[in-house]
Design a protein around this ligand. Structure first.
Ligand SMILES: NC(=O)c1ccc[n+]([C@@H]2O[C@H](COP(=O)([O-])OP(=O)(O)OC[C@H]3O[C@@H](n4cnc5c(N)ncnc54)[C@H](O)[C@@H]3O)[C@@H](O)[C@H]2O)c1
Length: 300
């Protein structure tokens, strides 16, 4: 008995890295999995179906079922075809894990228009396009009187939550995904759909060389194994998480933080507008419990 027996899942960007671990774990828990991956380089160039094909082979060798989809998730038609491949191949869709992503890290003054457009397109539109087409399908089923138990798990990042220098495009897209998660959760809850996002840390080609302690394992526990992240995703995809929605989790090794979103760190109130001079005088009151400077990157 697996936690996802009878479910059909899509994982985007599942040929490598975190998505690969997610697809393999969902399948080992009983889900049939569409393994989407355009097979791009880290910067989003090229296409190669082999990584996705290998993941499907592993899924089948493990006794579950899967199929390759090579759509670009940031294409409206490609996202439509991806959702409908799951329905046409396996008869239904229950779980959508939006994970595909690319990087074009540059300081804002060096960034080219295409670096901005491509990263925003793959991450932000790539999350919305698939979610839109899945939502059309699930809402249609709910309106036809069927019981729907849909799951969307998005992939944000600490770069989006805190803003990382050198990643204006990526951080903006990931913050957008965190915000999109709240909107989708609010809009789709009435149809039986939960929507959550994760902000992971794991060893993949995206982070090779980034985390200095990545090669270390703690008493045999590999904190940077992407499978640690996949476990949380499988939980969020399961019936056990039917009451969890609109949440963003930072997940790293055995550590999981449920993040509270934006919240005030100081406040001023009165029944008239504040002048520049008055704001300058009230600044120390507004920031009495916080610094007026740039907030820290991490809460660790
Ligand atoms: N690795 C980390 O520590 C970390 C940290 C924060 C966030 N993330 C996020 O996790 C997700 C997975 O990252 P990863 O580290 O596994 O990277 P990865 O490069 O190993 O995998 C990303 C996969 O997405 C695929 N892809 C890229 N563009 C696509 C498109 N348009 N359509 C379909 N597939 C596409 C790539 O071919 C690749 O296989 C990304 O959204 C990333 O931003 C990762």
């Amino acid at each position: 008995m697996g936690a996802l027996d009878g479910k059909v899942a899509i994982v985007t960007g599942a040929g490598r890295g975190i998505g690969r671990s997610e697809a393999l774990l969902l399948a080992s828990e009983g889900a049939k999995v569409i393994v989407n991956d355009v097979g791009a380089s880290l910067q989003g160039m090229g296409d190669d179906k082999h990584p996705a094909e290998e993941v499907v082979e592993l899924i089948k060798a493990g006794g579950s079922d899967g199929a390759v989809n090579a759509s670009d998730v940031s294409s409206w038609q490609g996202a439509h075809d991806l959702i409908h491949q799951a329905i046409d191949t396996f008869g239904q869709l229950d779980i959508l894990v939006n994970n595909a992503g690319i990087l074009r890290d540059k300081m804002c003054f060096n960034m080219e228009e295409s670096d901005w457009d491509d990263v925003i397109r793959v991450h932000l539109k790539g999350h919305f396009a698939t979610s839109h087409h899945a939502a059309v399908y699930w809402r249609g089923r709910a309106k036809a009187g069927e019981d729907v138990s849909g799951r969307i798990v998005n992939t944000s990042s600490e770069a989006g939550l805190f803003g990382n220098a050198g990643q204006a495009n990526y951080s903006a897209a990931k913050a957008g995904i965190a915000s999109l998660t709240w909107v989708l959760a609010r809009e789709l809850g009435r149809y039986g759909i939960t929507v959550n996002s994760i902000s992971p840390r794991a060893r993949t080609r995206m982070t090779e060389g980034l985390f200095s302690e990545m090669d270390k394992s703690d008493a045999g526990f590999d904190k940077f194994d992407p499978n640690n992240v996949a476990q949380l995703v499988a939980f969020l995809a399961s019936d056990e998480a039917a009451d969890v929605s609109g949440q963003n989790f930072v997940v790293f090794g055995g550590d999981i933080w449920a993040m509270g979103g934006f919240h005030p760190v100081g406040e001023l109130h009165r029944d008239s507008a504040w002048s520049i001079t008055e704001l300058a005088e009230a600044k120390s009151e507004l920031f009495k419990d916080a610094s007026p400077g740039i907030p820290p990157f991490s809460f660790f």
